[in-house]
Design a protein around this ligand. Structure first.
Ligand SMILES: Cc1ncc(COP(=O)(O)O)c(C=O)c1O
Length: 352
């Protein structure tokens, strides 16, 4: 393919992508005249209503700037400082939020659970609760699940329900990090409610940024009681946007005609295409099942370095290592083909 590295869409992160037309247009439409500040505007009301429609329930909705704050503040609203949050050892809240969940909850401890393919399972939850019940152990209070996971896998509704049953038996709440929630819904072909409130999720952090927006995540409380004074938490944490309409309007653009699902389905399809083109190459090992918009590859060092030299950007440090290749709403089949073509050439050199 003829594109130069500087112009290419990359596979490093879905955060590398720009803003999709639907989100951009809605922000433009909102940029008219004066409206009340701090979320007291028609765009914020409409975005929250569209989310209630999407989830088919009367949830409470807040908009914040990014995923770290959404997760941290949502978790803080579920915990006291002496509690603990149980999550996978590859969970973003543990590995990539610089201690923000502990910070914003005044010290609630994050405890990790080993599991397969980036997932938590009911036995792991059970073990973490039962292993200690004395006063010296931070009392487990929440299970935090990432959907789709950091390793690109997806919990099915049945898997989530099994975790919920275990969590409920121990009096634990469920938080969902949905930075790539749209990709999970697209992958499963289910209704959003089936992997949230119908599977016991108390609060979802629904990611907009990776789905084609500039900034903005929705914190969706299915248990409205838990949302009490959440607006104060947002304000204190510097997450209450004064010009909230510009966080909210892109959500309207994404939700009103289904762009959120179209974008996610496209990103997943590009990851699927990439997966089928590289999976049999000599020396290339696919590390986890391809279920959402990423694949992870173990690559010979010379191949990895050769790809970087050819201008391809991707991360080697997510999860347990391996090259993470992430597709976005705007990844094109031509770029997938070009990447796979370069990879095949380098892999063949190693095999020779
Ligand atoms: C699983 C997951 N959760 C949350 C986030 C949100 O992070 P940020 O604070 O950068 O928006 C990310 C971003 O990489 C992520 O991958």
């Amino acid at each position: 393919m003829g594109t130069q590295p500087a112009e290419r869409r990359q596979f490093a992160s879905d955060n590398y992508a720009g803003i999709c037309p639907e989100a951009w247009a809605a922000a433009g439409e909102a940029n008219v005249g004066h409206v009340p500040a701090y979320g007291d505007d028609p765009w914020t009301a409409r975005a929250a209503d569209l989310l209630r429609q999407l989830f088919e329930t009367d949830c409470e909705v807040f908009f914040v700037f990014n995923g770290t704050s959404a997760n941290s503040l949502a978790l803080a609203s579920l915990c006291q400082s002496y509690h603990s949050i149980l999550c996978s050892e590859t969970a973003h809240v543990e590995t990539d939020e610089c201690g923000a969940p502990e910070f914003f909850s005044n010290g609630t401890k994050v405890l990790t659970i080993a599991g397969k393919d980036g997932k938590v399972d009911p036995a792991g939850v059970d073990w973490m609760v039962r292993r200690r019940s004395d006063i010296h152990y931070p009392k487990p209070r929440v299970v935090s699940l990432t959907e789709a996971t950091e390793l690109g896998t997806v919990y099915t509704p049945d898997e989530l329900k099994a975790i919920w049953a275990k969590a409920k038996s121990h009096g634990l709440r469920i938080h969902m990090d949905g930075a790539r929630f749209a990709n999970a819904v697209a992958s499963l072909g289910c209704a959003p409610k089936e992997i949230t409130w119908q599977a016991g999720v108390d609060v979802l952090c629904f990611g907009g940024t990776k789905n084609g927006m500039a900034v903005g995540e929705a914190v969706v409380f299915f248990d409205r009681q838990l949302a009490r004074e959440f607006d104060y938490r947002c304000k204190q944490a510097g997450q209450l946007a004064s010009k909230m309409r510009f966080l909210a309007a892109p959500w309207v653009g994404m939700l009103k005609d289904g762009a959120w699902l179209k974008n996610a389905s496209h990103a997943n399809a590009m990851a699927d295409m990439l997966h089928s083109m590289v999976k049999g190459l000599p020396g290339v090992k696919v590390l986890y099942p391809r279920e959402a918009n990423s694949i992870f590859l173990e690559l010979p060092r010379s191949v990895r370095e050769g790809m970087h030299e050819r201008g391809w950007k991707f991360y080697d440090f997510i999860g347990w290592g391996g090259a993470r290749l992430m597709c976005s709403w705007d990844t094109s089949p031509e770029e997938v083909w070009a990447f796979a073509h370069d990879l095949a050439g380098l892999a063949a050199d190693v095999g020779r």
